[in-house]
Ligand binder design. Structure first.
Ligand code: NAD
Length: 371
């Protein structure tokens, strides 16, 4: 069995799907790994590290995927990889299938067996494969560091000979994986932190990190599988109105609220931005899904008319590429390990985890019903 790892094609992608540590683990399981030259370079894993771990390095896409059972990617594979795909080969990666049926059709049309990392069920058994969590954890951490760098103030309280500096006030909207890590990181830097979420279970989690919970009961907002559901227009309007004053009291807002497969909810209106003091910072981790802030511009950092910096940077996990790749690589290994039987790729498609992640197989679309 051969696992092939292409160089990622997105220009802002610095991560690599498999790191040398995982190459060695796969070798122990009787699996050979082929790496496209330079695939790990931007994550600080040069070709020599892969060679030392026993991987074969190749410069040519056709040679890379020739005879491979699995193509391991971070994002979507390039068209060149899809075109050269061996019959029945599996593609693993963040394939972003929700809301893009045309792309899933294209994947199915390529003959690939496609496993989308973001579709792995969030069940206890699959925690080691949960790439959404491993990467969102990084996003939450990095969002706070970005805010701390941009804020013209200290985060911690300081008592100096020149007088006392009060701590920065940070509000974290959405207390899922990214939000909880943002709360923990902002607390470590000494800020006074408030967390907010529509799920009632989030309250205890926010408090356990030493933050206070911003109380606003929006009514029923719990969806299935521990996720939030989209609010009704009335609920959303009430939430936005409440947020204006709450947001205005903070120096930093880290916005992480998401509803799977939907546009991100707007929690920070233009009025809320106006209510913040000049120099305040909003880091909108939901920018990729349309943003939690009305003024966010995807991929850009902008200054509002009243001097608030709004960060709409996307793919933040890629800015910590060494550890992001290491954790992602472990997630991919955990997904693949049960599919390796006597050194051959034999996925059990009746398994709930693989079934949940598999979005295309034998030319058929398997997400949202048959094509
Ligand atoms: P997510 O990225 O989908 O959303 C981030 C947060 O935004 C969520 O906490 C959500 O409740 C919140 N949100 C959505 N709409 C909102 C609104 N209008 N206002 C305020 N907040 C809003 O979430 P996630 O980080 O993927 O976590 C989702 C759930 O999955 C959580 O319950 C988490 O504990 C759970 N989880 C379970 C496992 C596991 O058991 N393996 C692993 C990871 C996460």
């Amino acid at each position: 069995m051969i696992v092939a790892v292409p160089r990622e094609s997105a220009s802002d992608e610095r991560r690599v799907a498999l790191v040398p540590e995982t190459v060695m683990k796969l070798a122990k399981a009787g699996v050979a790994v082929r790496i496209e030259s330079g695939a790990g370079e931007r994550a600080s894993f040069p070709d020599e590290f892969y060679s030392a771990a026993g991987a074969q390095i190749t410069k040519d896409t056709a040679a890379l995927v020739d005879g491979a059972a699995v193509i391991a990617c971070v994002g979507r594979p390039s068209d060149a990889v899809l075109a050269a795909l061996p019959k029945g080969a599996a593609v693993v990666g963040f394939l972003a299938p929700l809301g893009d049926p045309a792309y899933v059709e294209k994947l199915a049309g390529s003959g690939a067996t496609a496993f989308a990392m973001e579709m792995i069920p969030r069940i206890t058994r699959a925690q080691s494969m949960d790439a959404l969590s491993s990467q969102n954890n990084i996003a939450g951490y990095k969002a706070v560091l970005i805010a701390a760098t941009l804020l013209p103030k200290f985060f911690p309280m300081l008592t100096t000979a020149a007088g006392t500096i009060p701590p920065a006030k940070v509000l974290v909207l959405g207390a899922g994986v990214a939000g909880l890590q943002a709360i923990a990181t902002a607390r470590r830097l000494g800020a006074v932190v408030q967390g907010y979420d529509v799920r009632s279970a989030a309250k205890e989690q926010v408090k356990s990190l030493g933050a206070t919970f911003l109380e606003f009961d929006v009514g029923d907002a719990e969806g299935s599988g521990g996720y939030a559901k989209e609010l009704t227009p009335e609920q959303a309007q009430a939430q936005r109105a409440f947020m204006v004053e709450a947001i205005g009291k903070n120096d930093v807002v880290i916005a992480t609220a998401l509803v799977p497969g939907r546009k991100a909810p707007t929690l920070v209106t233009a009025d809320a931005v106006k209510a913040m003091a000049p120099g305040s910072v909003i880091v909108d981790l939901a920018a990729e899904a349309g943003g939690n802030c009305e003024l966010t511009q995807r991929g850009e950092t902008i200054l509002s008319s009243n001097g608030v910096t709004i960060v709409g940077q996307t793919n933040i996990p890629s800015t910590l590429p060494y550890h992001a790749s290491q954790l992602y690589s472990r997630n991919v290994f955990a997904l693949l390990a049960p599919t390796i039987v006597d050194g051959a790729f034999k996925p059990n498609f009746d398994d709930d985890v693989l079934k949940g992640a598999c979005i295309a197989r034998d030319g058929k679309v398997l997400i949202g019903g048959p094509a």
